[in-house]
Ligand binder design. Structure first.
Ligand code: ADP
Length: 304
């Protein structure tokens, strides 16, 4: 079968503490993490491409080489003269992690500034994945451009998957945040929210509230992640609850939701059974939170 999956968003440089006064460089970002897991878990007849903008500096060169080494296509990635990728630093103090971000002027903020290029990339793909963070980093006008291309893709019968990933810090105001997230869901065929975020920002009292709200916006398929409580799948028929996989020791929950999404899509696109795909995604997410870092390698995911 096979096809082309296009993930749209921002990949950042990650600096994580590696010793006293020492940092280790990595690369991560919600939609990129999902592309990473989809690439590992989909068979070779699928292409996984990343859509973003980077700068014209050495950091950008290194980031693109990293993606290519991971088997993620970079053909659609435009370079913006004089810009550079966003960066974040993970601080570890007494076992607690905190983050600092330098992303206000990152190259990725301009990812939807060339509408023709965006349309061409989307038209060439079968499956498009984006998130609320993708929308949050764009100007109002560029977010409108992206949403209109995604609606075209949905109308053309493509799979359009959306994780609302609500991050209030990235939005100038709350009303714009909530209405743009709703527009993202309207443009999607699969919405993949995390219940905690939805309860906090949309006031949902239960997972079924979240499911009903996204169906009513016109998303035919919804899968709600709820940490150790598992996930609930509502794909055009009755909802099914799929338990989380027990994790002996949670090491680092970074990327739990992103890896779940990548694994879910990989299995669902191949086999078409949402319930089985959710159970598989729960097994992959359990592996990922048992290891350090956002990007866990293929060797740690085998036979999940
Ligand atoms: P996010 O990372 O987006 O906040 P969740 O916390 O809901 O998302 O986690 C996503 C998925 O990761 C869950 O649906 C579940 O499969 C898995 N997961 C998260 N936390 C745990 C946990 N403590 N034990 C087992 N599985 C977990």
């Amino acid at each position: 079968m096979g096809g082309r999956l296009l993930a749209i968003g921002e990949c950042m440089v990650e600096l994580a503490q590696a010793g006293e006064g020492l940092m280790r460089r990595g690369y991560a970002g919600d939609t990129f993490n999902t592309a990473w897991y989809a690439r590992i878990l989909l068979p070779e007849d699928w292409a996984v491409d990343y859509y973003t903008t980077v700068g014209d500096d050495t950091v950008s060169d290194d980031m693109l080489s990293f993606m290519e080494d991971a088997g993620i296509g970079t053909v659609w990635i435009r370079r913006i003269k004089g810009r550079t990728p966003g960066l974040y630093m993970i601080h570890l103090k007494d076992g607690e992690r905190s983050f600092s971000y330098w992303r206000d002027t990152s190259a990725a903020r301009l990812l939807a500034s060339d509408g023709d290029h965006l349309r061409h990339a989307i038209e060439t793909s079968d499956v498009i994945y984006f998130s609320g963070i993708t929308l949050a980093i764009l100007s109002e006008q560029d977010a409108a451009t992206l949403l209109s291309e995604l609606r075209r893709a949905k109308a053309a019968g493509k799979v359009v998957a959306f994780d609302p990933n609500i991050r209030p810090r990235l939005w100038a105001d709350r009303r714009a945040m909530l209405s743009t997230i709703r527009d993202g869901a309207r443009a999607a065929t699969i919405v993949m929210p995390s219940f905690d975020d939805e309860a906090a920002h949309f006031g949902d009292g239960s997972v079924s509230d979240t499911i009903a709200r996204y169906h009513s916006l016109g998303a035919p398929n919804v899968i709600v992640k709820n940490g150790a409580e598992g996930a609930t799948v509502s794909f055009s028929d009755a909802s099914v609850h799929v338990p989380a996989t027990t994790v002996e020791q949670v090491v680092d929950t970074t990327s739990a939701g992103d890896s779940f999404n990548g694994a879910f899509l990989a299995r669902y696109l191949e086999e078409g059974n949402a319930r089985d795909a959710a159970a598989y995604a729960a097994r992959i997410a359990a592996r990922v939170i048992g290891e350090h870092g956002a990007l866990v390698g293929a060797d740690k995911l085998a036979d999940a």
